[in-house]
Design a protein around this ligand. Structure first.
Ligand code: ADP
Ligand code: 5GP
Length: 201
């Protein structure tokens, strides 16, 4: 069976990754979304096992020591990681999987799985990003400032990704992601180009 496609999506906090992914899920019902483990507490409305696996610091460190993570990172002072087992199961069953992870995690995945498709989501402007983080209402003023400072650094990383999408309008961005994924699935090969074959007439 053909292995599924691994898609990595990164972008600063508040750019709209979660919102766009919800629309993408409706457009591509066959696409799987990886559920990460994190030591940050759940936000109102977030559900264990759907949005994240919410773990204690001890539990996260135990999994880390066991080598359970494909990648992990300390983001805004909390640990986040992708469980290796879940990724291999989904891909081995031929399903495509999207990882929504930060730029440090994306770098680790790129090294281990160079065939992954990498997409960076940017805001239309820093002012728009600030408005989105404030509008979401999930962070206090100190955390908002930290996330905006981090965003300025993270934005530089877009050069390491294969695709850059600006999230101006949710539905248009979701449509763009869907078309990138569909195009990637039509590729004859990923990574090194195969040798040119002679075609007889
Ligand atoms: P992320 O997952 O990247 O941290 P969210 O999906 O939580 O970001 O979005 C942050 C806030 O921005 C939410 O309140 C969301 O409704 C809003 N938002 C997302 N995309 C857009 C957009 N294209 N235009 C305006 N607001 C947006
Ligand atoms: P949030 O706390 O807003 O849900 O996520 C904060 C940041 O953590 C985002 O940049 C998000 O992409 C990143 N993140 C979420 N899950 C993972 C993960 O499993 N690994 C890594 N490296 N980053 C993650």
């Amino acid at each position: 069976m053909k292995k599924g496609l691994l898609i990595v999506l990164s972008g600063p906090s508040g750019v709209g990754k979660g919102t766009v992914c919800r629309s993408l899920q409706a457009r591509m019902p066959g696409l799987c979304f990886s559920v990460s483990a994190t030591t940050r507490p759940p936000r109102p409305g977030e559900i264990e096992g759907r949005d994240y696996y919410f773990l204690s610091d001890d539990h996260f460190q135990r999994l880390l020591a066991e080598g359970a993570f494909l990648e992990w990172a300390l983001v805004h002072g909390r640990h986040y990681g992708t469980l290796k087992d879940k990724v291999s199961k989904v891909l081995a069953s031929g399903n495509d999987l999207l990882l929504e992870i930060d730029i440090q995690g994306a770098e680790q995945v790129r090294r281990q799985m160079p065939e992954a498709v990498t997409i960076f989501m940017a805001p239309p402007s820093m002012a728009a990003l600030e408005q989105r983080i404030i509008g979401r209402g999930t962070e206090d003023a100190v955390k908002i400032r930290q996330r905006l400072e981090a965003a300025r650094r993270e934005m530089e990383a877009y050069r390491n990704y294969e695709y850059l999408v600006v999230n101006d309008e949710v539905e248009a961005t979701a449509a763009l992601l869907a078309s990138i994924i569909q195009s990637e699935k039509c590729r004859v090969s990923r990574g090194a180009r195969p040798p040119v074959q002679e075609v007889s007439e």
